[in-house]
Design a binder for this molecule. Structure first.
Ligand code: ASP
Length: 608
């Protein structure tokens, strides 16, 4: 028997018991002829007391960090207790031990605050995983997994595996491809998601499906993306959007309860995509804080139903605003006393290429009711007051204004809002705010191809009352500059995203389930009948055999775990992640393959 207890288990109540423990040497502290050793396993750390008088072999063969030991001994009350450790009241007086395995000196310290840099930790990920900080993250991951499974099982969902070697799926990224030896010259694609399979399962009658499943997307890895990642992928039959929203906010609330012991009793707020863009400049707003965008000027066709406030800024010759397509503002609470240096820093911040603004205007709403602005020369105090009021500013607030082209300016104000909230400590890791964003546009304009692409994916159904707009209008875009005026630009989808603290954690849609409408959708995306048949003939065929109405959603499992763990980085919540260039530095993958493998695959490299 290697152990009677784990290293996290023994307490004062076990005093004088004879026990056997196995684990790794975390630290060794020598005091004359006695040594204290912290022995570590997955469950914790227990202090061992070695006396060289009893163990003369220690002198010739000293213990080292990360050695694997088995020790037998007696549990004793410690004279010097350590309240930080659950086992801190006791220690083991070692009577005998054996070294089960030695260890080379690890390349970094196996501690919470390790001295190992990122690359080193990834190269020796198996050592990094011994660190408590990483272990805790994997424990969170496992409890999210268990909680989701329990909830879905209790709600009659069935976990059904779907294949990895498939044909291209259209989630909008590039496919990873796998050559087939048995079908030389032909390739499988790895699934970007199990989308078409879960829809086929609905046709087969498995009305509630789920899978915690790997997805593969060959994307340029922007910060914090992984080429393979995990989704909680779900699909349901005989449902409307409302059924899905209810079921899956239930799932997330259950995960909050099981993993964080949070009773999320609040009603999950809902916001249309248009409201999100209008009020936050962003389709995944962080609603832990307010600071909503005030729209002083915008092109009429972007928000046809919204009223312009442009009268507030017009009438004086201020070319920055007069020449801009869009002018937006936010009121930053309590910052009216920002110094010149601070406003200059903010100006530099918005001028960085990632944000791309030409400048930043401000109005300081002084506590005494007066106003001071970078635009004093142009606007009367009355006008400044009106602008500040429109932005919702109170005395003591700082109003920041941006002007420029619509899309860029809207994104910039959204980024600025998040940046300031971060600076002001309004984005707290332990506060959780869920939000449904609904009514997304069905199509997105692809500038390069001057055509429409599916904003979610091509299986998403239009809002029922807008199907006619899709069917009765020609998708061709005559005037690229005015694409927003095309009837397709305003068609909304039965699609929804779940947002947590400004992060999209899940997204899905009600699907098209009639062959005819699906064909029309493919055609709207520029696919002729032949291409439709080649790519999705199986799905169109299945829709002829009694496809039920259905819809679903997929959650980004890695991100959900990271957010619950108080981090925005997903890498440390994945046991063996890739780096930002998509490499596994531990395996040194991707790598070349043997000549023999190329031969068998009948593939010749033609590297450029
Ligand atoms: N397959 C979709 C995705 O990966 C999710 C869904 O529509 O259910 O984004």
């Amino acid at each position: 028997m290697y152990r009677s207890h784990t290293c996290g288990e023994l307490r004062l109540a076990d005093n004088q018991k004879e026990v056997t423990l196995s684990g790794w040497v975390q630290t060794i502290r020598k005091f004359g002829s006695i040594s204290f050793v912290d022995l570590r396993d997955r469950y914790g750390i227990t202090q061992l007391l070695f006396s060289e008088n009893h163990h003369p072999q220690l002198e010739a063969n000293p213990l080292g960090r990360e050695f694997v030991l088995q020790v037998k001994g007696i549990v004793n009350e410690r004279s010097n207790k350590n309240p930080q450790l659950p086992t801190g009241d006791i220690e083991i007086a070692v009577s005998s031990f054996s070294i089960l395995n030695k260890s080379a000196v690890p390349p970094f310290t196996i501690q919470d605050d390790t001295d190992g840099g990122d690359d080193l930790r990834m190269k020796y990920r198996y050592l990094d995983l011994r660190r408590n900080a990483v272990k805790k993250n994997l424990e969170i991951r496992y409890s999210v997994n268990r909680s989701a499974r329990n909830y879905l099982h209790e709600n009659n969902f069935m976990d059904i595996e779907t294949p990895f070697l498939i044909k291209s799926t259209p989630e909008g990224a590039r496919d990873f491809v796998v050559p087939s030896r048995m079908n030389a010259g032909q390739f499988y694609a790895l699934p970007q998601s199990p989308q078409t399979f879960k829809q086929l399962l609905m046709v087969s009658g498995y009305d509630r499906y789920y899978q915690i499943v790997k997805c593969f997307r060959d994307e340029d890895l922007r910060a914090d993306r992984q080429p393979e990642f995990t989704q909680i992928d779900c699909e349901m039959s005989f449902v409307e959007q409302e059924d899905i929203l209810q079921m899956f906010e239930g799932l997330v609330k259950r995960i909050f309860k099981d993993v964080k012991n949070i009773d999320y009793t609040e009603i999950v707020q809902r916001m249309t995509w248009e409201e999100a863009m209008w009020n936050y400049g962003n389709d995944k707003p962080d609603i832990r804080f307010n600071m909503q965008v005030c729209n002083l000027k915008f092109p009429a066709h972007t928000f046809p139903t919204k009223e312009s406030l442009s009268a507030l800024i017009e009438g004086v010759a201020f070319p920055v605003f007069d020449n801009a397509e869009t002018v937006v503002a936010i009121a930053v609470p309590g910052c009216s006393e920002y110094s010149r240096k601070q406003t200059d820093e903010l100006t530099e911040w918005v001028k960085r290429p990632q944000i791309g603004m030409k400048g930043l205007a401000f109005i300081k709403c002084n506590a005494d009711g007066s106003f001071k602005s970078s635009m004093d020369k142009f606007y009367s105090e009355e006008k400044l007051k009106a602008m500040a009021a429109a932005a919702g500013a109170k005395p003591g607030d700082l109003v920041l204004l941006l002007a420029g082209a619509e899309e860029r300016t809207r994104k910039a104000i959204s980024d600025l809002r998040l940046y300031l909230a971060q600076t002001l400590g309004l984005r707290k890791n332990d506060e959780f705010k869920l939000l449904w964003v609904i009514d997304f546009p069905l199509f997105e304009y692809d500038e390069e191809g001057n055509r429409w692409v599916a904003r979610h994916h091509p299986f998403t159904s239009p809002k029922p009352d807008q199907i006619a707009t899709m069917i009765n209008n020609n998708p061709a875009i005559e005037n690229a500059a005015e694409y927003l005026k095309h009837p397709y630009a305003s068609i909304k989808a039965n699609a929804y995203d779940m947002v947590l603290n400004g992060n999209e954690i899940g997204g899905g849609s009600i699907r098209i389930f009639q062959r005819e409408l699906q064909e029309k959708m493919f055609a709207a995306l520029g696919m002729d009948a032949e291409e439709q048949q080649h790519k999705f003939g199986f799905l169109l065929g299945a829709f002829e055999y009694g496809a039920p109405p259905h819809g679903g959603i997929a959650f980004g499992f890695d991100r959900l775990c990271a957010l619950l763990g108080g981090s925005e980085g997903i890498r440390d919540f994945i046991a063996f992640p890739k780096n930002n260039s998509g490499r596994d530095v531990m395996l040194d993958a991707p790598s070349t393959i043997d000549d023999k493998q190329f031969e068998e695959l009948q593939i010749k490299l033609n590297l450029k």
